[in-house]
Design a protein around this ligand. Structure first.
Ligand SMILES: Cc1cc2nc3c(=O)[nH]c(=O)nc-3n(C[C@H](O)[C@H](O)[C@H](O)COP(=O)(O)OP(=O)(O)OC[C@H]3O[C@@H](n4cnc5c(N)ncnc54)[C@H](O)[C@@H]3O)c2cc1C
Length: 484
């Protein structure tokens, strides 16, 4: 794809569509959009455009197509794989002004929302009907429905309730030529290609979602949350496997390691056991009648794995404190080092203990500080390598460590990403997980939807010309890993 330079004519057309106030071209303003929450690689766009309607999105994309300008959709920029970082410059299309909850239908249990609405705002709007939107990324206060859809976001409760794809039934999308299409819908249909499913997780490569029709589910009658400590991470990992093997699927099973426990305790001072090697949170929910029996099964699985101590939250207030400890984990790690490189490889739950030892060995060999936070119930790991961006040797070791950890996940029968997406972060590892035939098929699908390659170029699909390609911003990871 050749990249046309931004010129006054192009900028004037964009201003005519969204208004002067919503086209940012000042270097300071643009600098604020030079990365997402994966801060290793930064690349500023040439322009930031903030549309307010689907029609404006379509008009902006038509202009981008006419000038062959890269266009990268962006929600709140909380992504952890560099998905909304404009690695080829062009337009950062920020959708946060499109944040209305358009309609809630409590009978059908559906909500029609604009994609710039935050995840949390959808559940807040549905609360008066005792309903909520189940996918709950820890970033839910800030992250948008559009970003959740593009990354197929998960969260602590994915174990029982599934990922974003299980809760979206329809989409209004703008394609690369500016046309507006509706995918899926409320009524069930078995005789069409599932383009809604195809779009979810496509990381902004095949279209820009503008509206979403999402499922809402009733709040459970009863919720019980357990906080438990173990003196080995392997013991906690085995307990997680044993709970499921005993026939209970908790709503969530989350784990954090000693380094993270201490960072959180330094931050929140809520009396966590600093000496424990692992903290496990298990949440049960559902009809009140069955919960007591499930509690007994959980306690039994923990006891046979030498749990140090366990305590069920006495009330909703205590439950919130437990979840605060989990949900502030990554923020708290900022007290140890300014940057964190978080992976999200997935492994079969039964191999948790083995992989945890493997990650520890990689950290020791490469002299890396690795904190571990896990969606343990569904085998989704979040090893977070703590580093200083200005220390090139440390960054190099982080890159190598990341590659080795992902290779380890694949060797164990796992995958590269459980919820954060590939973006730029894991693009170079794609050939480890997929054959050349798989990758060619994905590239053909992308090309069918975006023949000029203007939508979020330089992401997901590896390209051997990543270094020298016209218009590409130089990426630190490519410099380090490929020497270019
Ligand atoms: C502290 C913290 C905790 C997190 N916890 C979780 C977690 O528990 N689970 C989880 O899954 N993730 C988690 N994340 C990652 C992140 O929040 C999610 O990936 C989230 O879905 C991104 O939403 P966003 O609005 O910030 O999107 P952005 O980061 O702005 O964009 C993400 C991707 O979506 C594309 N995109 C955005 N909007 C659209 C659209 N309307 N149409 C097409 N493409 C679009 C972008 O181009 C980009 O590729 C966490 C992040 C942080 C910082």
């Amino acid at each position: 794809m050749t990249v046309t330079k931004i010129n006054a004519d192009l900028t004037a057309k964009l201003i005519a569509i969204v208004g002067r106030e919503y086209v940012l071209d000042d270097q300071v303003d643009i600098g604020l959009y030079d990365c997402d929450a994966e801060t290793l690689d930064k690349a500023a766009p040439d322009l930031v455009v903030l549309p307010a309607t689907t029609e404006q999105v379509a008009a902006v994309i038509k202009v981008a197509a006419q000038y062959k300008i890269p266009i990268t959709p962006r929600g709140a920029g909380t992504g952890l794989s560099g998905g909304s970082t404009c690695v080829r410059g062009g337009i950062s299309l920020v959708l946060t002004r499109m944040n209305r909850i358009l309609h809630i239908d409590p009978l059908e249990r559906l909500a029609l929302v604009e994609v710039g609405a935050t995840n949390m705002s959808v559940s807040q709007a549905a609360a008066k009907h005792n309903l909520y939107f189940a996918p709950d990324p820890s970033s839910q206060v800030a992250s948008t429905i559009g970003g959740n859809i593009a990354e197929n976001a998960g969260g602590p409760h994915t174990l029982k309730y599934g990922m974003t794809t299980h809760h979206v039934v329809g989409l209004k999308v703008v394609l690369a030529d500016g046309s507006i299409v509706t995918l899926g819908g409320a009524a069930r249909s078995s005789n069409e290609i599932d383009l809604t499913g195809f779009f979810i997780g496509s990381e902004g490569l095949i279209g820009v979602a503008c509206e979403a029709l999402v499922r809402l589910i009733p709040r459970p009658e009863e919720i019980q949350t357990l906080l438990a400590y173990f003196d080995t991470v392997a013991g906690a990992g085995q307990a997680v496997s044993d709970v499921v093997a005993a026939g209970v699927i908790p709503a969530a099973m989350e784990m954090i390691d000693r380094l993270t426990i201490n960072a959180v305790e330094d931050y929140l001072a809520i009396g966590l056991n600093r000496a424990a090697a692992a903290l496990l949170i298990i949440e049960l929910d559902g009809p009140a009648a069955g919960i007591l029996a499930q509690r007994k099964v959980v306690e039994g699985a923990l006891e046979i794995n030498n749990v140090l101590s366990m305590r069920w939250a006495a009330d909703a207030k205590e439950r919130l404190v437990i979840w605060k400890a989990r949900k502030t984990s990554f923020g708290a790690l900022g007290r140890i080092a300014p940057h964190g490189y978080v992976l999200d490889g997935v492994i079969p739950r039964s191999r948790l203990a083995e992989v945890i030892s493997g990650i520890e060995a990689i950290g020791t060999r490469l002299n890396l500080t690795i904190a571990n936070v896990y969606h343990a119930g569904d085998g989704n790991l979040h090893p977070c390598m703590l580093y200083h961006r200005e220390n090139e040797d440390e960054v190099r070791r982080v890159m190598l460590g990341g590659k080795e950890i992902l290779e380890l996940c694949l060797t164990m029968g796992g995958t590269l990403s459980g919820e954060h997406g590939i973006g730029i972060e894991k693009m170079m590892e794609m050939p480890l997980a997929f054959s050349a035939v798989d990758l060619t098929m994905m590239a053909k699908l992308k090309e069918a939807f975006d023949p000029s390659g203007i939508l979020n170029p330089g992401k997901v699909l590896p390209n051997l010309k990543t270094c020298g390609e016209s218009g590409a911003r130089p990426l630190l990871r490519h410099k380090i890993l490929s020497g270019c």
